[in-house]
Design a protein around this ligand. Structure first.
Ligand code: PRX
Length: 659
């Protein structure tokens, strides 16, 4: 984030209290804060009992004896899918629409809770027939179509573990995730629609399994793109054939609250993405509770739309599990916001009378650039609440969002959380909090956040520091798949330890910088590690550097995240070519080739905005690349301190060349 926008965040004085009418009808009242403050663990137990159906009630709430490995509701048993589907049908809400789905080409389907339940039961029977049972891992590689939700819920119904891989990731990324989790089954589609074209998915799965050593036994393929696919007899099965032949009845079995629910890979500071592991009862409790209270959900009347892809944590928690656990009616849209025209999202809000809308600042900024006349030509009066997630939202974008999309009156909840936290951690509650543009504001009830200095002591407002979560929370990650040491090291080693009275304390280090203002509101300041945030998606600098050096042309590479008006940050790479390659390619050719190489290795979201061919990289005497200096260059700033470099002239040469 630029220094300018931090300044404007620090001096924000505008406040937007809820209207009396909104406050009077809000589902969450001030008593939530009071009861959570009096007894945070008891508060979560109440939420778990109130919001979920337990096949076997729990008596133990939090077991932190094996910290930092938490157990919530450990002796309770539930079925996550039963909670998202069957119980709504049994309660007489089977006719309620669960999903209004709109395909990019304009085809649409509205699916009731009863219909969705039947689909999931059939899919569960198909998967059970393929040998999938409790604890087995299943990879899901899909477009945003209802079958992605059906697949996830069928896997959860069996007590198996899904690993959803975003459909924009490459075959190579898919392969490493399938291998890391030893998945037995892959659910995919022939292809999906994006920007007016079908992108192939099945072909990428074929590529990922091509080495023949995979643990995958079967591939279930949904027909969506109608594109041609290669078929491996005995391994590949058409979803529609299998579901049609399957039994429509399936009884949900209860599993322990700590039964793993899913693995979701996300970028860390080192090269290899980490498989973040989430479990059942605590996760579902917190996603249901926050979905209800933060979005002020009235399930009988609201139409909710979260624009996230199911391949990201936002799609898991606030497209699949939160809304369905709460019996909400939601919209799902397959394609991009600008296809076939740049008013597509607003057209959908008008068509389905969407009342709650949750999206990312990067999208808002790109609409801002196009101008208000586009949203103004649609009827957006059904909207009554807006949400933001994924990166800090600057006050200008916040105000534009409220005025141009929210008609100048809707509350906006800016929600801070992470793949690891599983659910929203910091956010206003719209019927209670006076909203402040640019700030996520306050921890939700039951969550304890602190801002610490480098030395681990609490920093006083208005100083900035590092954000930690100071008490375990129900939706917290249960570990990194297959790597308990990395879990301890990454999140818990920095600030945990004995306090001044010698008592062992555990503090979760989130990797974000933050500051508390004089009102006590939390302002997020972005990542403090080598994780970049590109359009609200996480990528590590090292992951992209590894992709670059995997190309035979490249001798060395350094990657930085440079501030970018549209995407928040953009990937900028600096590479040294191998001596024998320098003559063979022009600098432009090399740069184009390497940008494409990264996209092919990781996925299009990782494609660098720029690749600069340089003769040397700035290094300290101990050989560490000074990324900070490269970032100065990439952002067009004056160079910072170069005195620790082995050769200070390197930076002058690089910056002169780039000018
Ligand atoms: O830096 C924070 C930023 O996104 C990171 C988490 O990324 P990911 O695990 O991909 O999850 C994104 C969706 C929950 C955080 O460490 N971030 C997320 N939401 C916000 C945010 N930064 C500021 N304000 C937010 N509301």
């Amino acid at each position: 984030m630029s220094t300018n926008s931090i300044d404007s965040l620090l001096h924000e004085t505008r406040r937007f209290p809820p209207t009396p009418e909104f406050a009077a009808n809000a589902v969450a009242g001030a008593e939530l804060y009071e009861s959570a403050k009096a007894d945070p663990v008891g508060f979560w137990a109440d939420q778990a009992r109130e919001l979920l159906h337990w096949h076997k009630p729990f008596t133990s709430v939090l077991d932190w004896s094996d910290a930092p490995f938490a157990k919530w509701f450990a002796d309770g048993e539930l079925n996550v899918t039963y909670n998202c589907l069957d119980r709504h049908v049994l309660a007489g809400n089977g006719e309620r629409i669960a999903i209004h789905w709109e395909g990019e080409p304009g085809d649409s389907r509205s699916i009731s809770y009863a219909e969705l339940t039947e689909q999931v039961k059939r899919a569960a029977n198909v998967m059970a027939g393929l040998g999938i049972g409790q604890g087995d891992r299943v990879a899901v590689y899909m477009p945003v179509i209802p079958e992605a939700v059906v697949a996830m819920l069928a896997i959860a119904r069996l007590g198996a573990v899904h690993s959803v891989v975003f459909g924009g990731f490459s075959s190579e990324s898919l392969r490493s995730r399938i291998d890391d989790a030893s998945a037995k089954l892959v659910v995919t589609a022939d292809g999906g629609w994006r920007k007016g074209k079908v992108f192939p998915l099945k072909a990428a799965v074929d590529g990922a399994l091509a080495n023949g050593t995979s643990t995958v036994k079967n591939v279930l393929v949904v027909r969506r793109g109608e594109n041609e696919v290669q078929w491996t007899e005995g391994r590949d099965l058409w979803w529609h054939d299998e579901l049609a032949a399957a039994d429509a009845e399936h009884e949900a079995q209860a599993f322990e609250a700590e039964n793993p629910l899913f693995i979701l890979y996300t970028s860390g500071t080192t090269g290899k993405p980490k498989g973040i592991l989430h479990s059942s009862g605590g996760y579902l409790t917190q996603v249901a509770s926050t979905h209800k209270n933060v979005f002020d959900l009235h399930p009988e009347t609201d139409v909710y739309w979260c624009t996230a892809d199911v391949g990201w944590i936002t799609g898991h928690s606030y497209v699949v599990y939160g809304p369905l656990a709460n019996g909400a009616t939601q919209l799902m849209y397959e394609g991009t916001p600008d296809t076939p025209h740049s008013g597509r999202w607003w057209e959908l809000i008008e068509k389905y009378k969407v009342s709650i809308f949750y999206t990312a600042p990067t999208a808002i900024r790109s609409f801002m650039k196009l101008g208000r006349q586009i949203p103004q030509s649609f009827d957006l009066s059904s909207l009554r609440l807006l949400g933001s997630v994924g990166e800090p939202i600057n006050p200008e974008a916040w105000i534009w969002y409220r005025d141009a999309i929210g008609g100048g009156s809707t509350p906006i909840v800016d929600t801070w959380w992470q793949t690891e936290t599983g659910a929203i951690m910091i956010s206003a509650l719209p019927g209670i909090t006076a909203l402040k543009p640019g700030s996520a504001q306050v921890p939700i009830p039951g969550i304890k956040i602190d801002i610490l200095g480098e030395d681990g002591t609490r920093v006083d407002p208005p100083n900035g520091g590092l954000l930690v979560v100071s008490e375990p929370w129900p939706a917290m990650l249960r570990g990194i798949w297959g790597d308990p040491d990395r879990y301890r090291e990454t999140y818990w080693s920095r600030f945990s330890g004995p306090d001044s009275e010698g008592k062992e304390t555990w503090k979760y280090f989130a990797g974000d910088g933050a500051h508390v203002d004089s009102d006590g509101d939390i302002v997020l300041l972005g990542r403090v590690d080598d994780v970049m945030n590109i359009s609200g998606h996480r990528l590590s600098t090292q992951e992209i550097e590894s992709a670059l050096v995997s190309h035979p042309m490249v001798a060395e590479a350094a990657v930085v995240g440079a501030a970018d008006e549209a995407t928040g940050q953009a990937v900028v790479a600096f590479v040294i070519l191998r001596a024998d390659q320098e003559a063979a390619q022009t600098v432009e050719e090399a740069s184009t080739l390497l940008r494409a190489h990264v996209a092919q290795q990781i996925g299009a979201i990782a494609r660098p905005r720029q690749v600069f061919v340089v003769a040397e990289l700035p290094k300290t005497r101990s050989g560490k690349i000074m990324r900070r200096l490269l970032q100065d260059v990439a952002e067009g700033r004056e160079l910072g301190d170069t005195t620790t470099l082995t050769d200070a002239s390197v930076m002058t040469i690089i910056s002169d060349r780039l000018k």
